[in-house]
Write a protein that binds this ligand. Sequence first.
Ligand code: MFN
Ligand code: ZN
Ligand code: ZN
Length: 564
Amino acid sequence: MEYIIKNGTVYDPTNKVDGEKMDICVKDGRIVESVSNNATVLDANNKIVMPGGVDSHSHIAGAKVNTGRTLRPEDSKKDIWNREGLRKGSGFSVPSTYKTGYQYSGMGYTTVIEAAMPPLIARHTHEEFIDLPQIDKAAMPLFGNNWMVLEYLKAGDLNMCAAYVAWLLKATRGFAIKIVNPGGTEAWGWGKNVHGLDDEIPYFGITPRDIVRGLAQVNEMLGLPHSIHVHPNNLGHPGNWETTLETMECVKDIKAKPKFGKRDTVYYNTHLQFHSYGGTSWKDCVSKGVEMAEYVNKNDHLMVDIGQITLDETTTMTADGPMEYDLHMTNGLKWANCDVELETGSGVVPFIYSPKGPVYSLQWAIGLDLFLHANSDKVILTTDHPNAGPFIRYPRVIAWLISEEYRKDWIENRVHKWAAQKSHITDTDREYTMYEIAKITRANTSKVLGLSDDRGHLGLGARADIAIYDIDPEEKNGKKIEKAFLEASYAFKDGEIVVKDGNVVKEVFGNTIYVDAKINEELEAELMKDLTVRFKKYYSVNIENYPVQEAYANQWEPINIDAT
Ligand code: MFN
Ligand code: ZN
Ligand code: ZN
């Protein structure tokens, strides 16, 4: 199929296109220079055109997501979908698989990264991916509490650690190194936690600093497309901003050496909002959003996503087991906890971020402090779906960023006074431009993931993943902004129209992206010898049964790297 999208106002930061009226040509799934006279014409006059959205951090598939669905039948009964021609679905904060794909697609998103995959049960993530239509997907295996990683780092053997990371990425069809509460989740196996970068991890004797630094070095030895992706220690605790800064500082000297893509950073801090808390308790907690944003602005080695609180009832889920226990003790709601042998753990807790709550209003303001004081080249829009709120609230977050008037309405009429009192959100009248919105949802994410060669932009040769929204770039009405970004006029996936007027009109199945890094043969042989012994000794499964089989995707998209 050929298309020409005529006269749209185009925002494509990767190619420095800022609101120019231009035509976009599409042929055989890619953006091309020109099309024939037979091309279908799409009139985008008075509409804006952006590359398809790329989400670098969202929990959409796998064991803990499904545990969330099981734990919360009250959520699964919400927002029941029964639309002509589509699979039925339901769930507000933890939607079913098909609905997840449809809703991302309806918002004009085309690539989404699942933020935490337990290696041993990677198959569960991939099984759900198979039934998750409309988008390309990838998943980040959890490495920060893995016994093999801890052992190799304890022995100071970065080569073996790198070989293991390469093997695990391939075996689980994973995409990048995810680190959650380094050392803390392992300590949770002993009913403990770690509280700072230099706390000793029980039995292993190494520290969170050793894990973060070690894995950052390994990441660059292998030349992976993405950097290490880190959820630091002390999430959600007043005073944690100091731990966050120390974690960021500890990898500053490492140089980015990707063998694929254009990443120039070595550290990615996810859901920074949850890590930017001052004070010593919730009574004296204040936003450190401005201080954190200033650090992010002046340091080139890192990128961050925000994890903006949306003030909804949601379901929290994370590999940070001890944190979820704390949360369950704080809010008194039900709790699920899971251990994944040798590798990681997880917890799931419902959470009601009431707009009237002082603490939740402050958390909301901290996210906005970060956005409003950060350079838009350095931040990424996420809600850490569903932890700080469901992804279908991205359009509302965009409205808060674009319209000071709308933000003020929330500050004055909807949220608790702590939001304004304990943060700096009322000190600034900054409003994001459409160009900046395109950066924090497309250009920045595709670059930091190493996927900007053919995703997140509209240059020649890019995948024809495109979103068209019916909105005036100067619009300041929050409700109109939200509606426009929630219901894309059109969305294209690989050159086909998949959404019209916010409705999915064509079901397609995207790729599953993973990294296949080739390592030196001798090193690989040494690793396999060692792993075979470790599997026999510790695991309840055989090494032969561990890798994810070829059948576990609609279409694999390997990223081949030569790390010999
Ligand atoms: C990430 O996974 C990921 O993370 C993230 O809820 C997550 O009540 C999962 O126990 C949280 N509240 C307080 O202590 C508040 C202080 C309280 C007090 O005791 O004084 N103050 C008030 O209530 C204000 C009263 C005055 C007023 O102004 O109204 C705590 C409590 C809480 C706090 C509970 N914390 C958890 C937050 C952390 C992490 C959520 C989610 C988190 C999820 N990853 O009217 C007048 O003048 C009187 C004013 C009042 C007064 O002063 O008395 C995954 O991968
Ligand atoms: Zn996290
Ligand atoms: Zn997360």
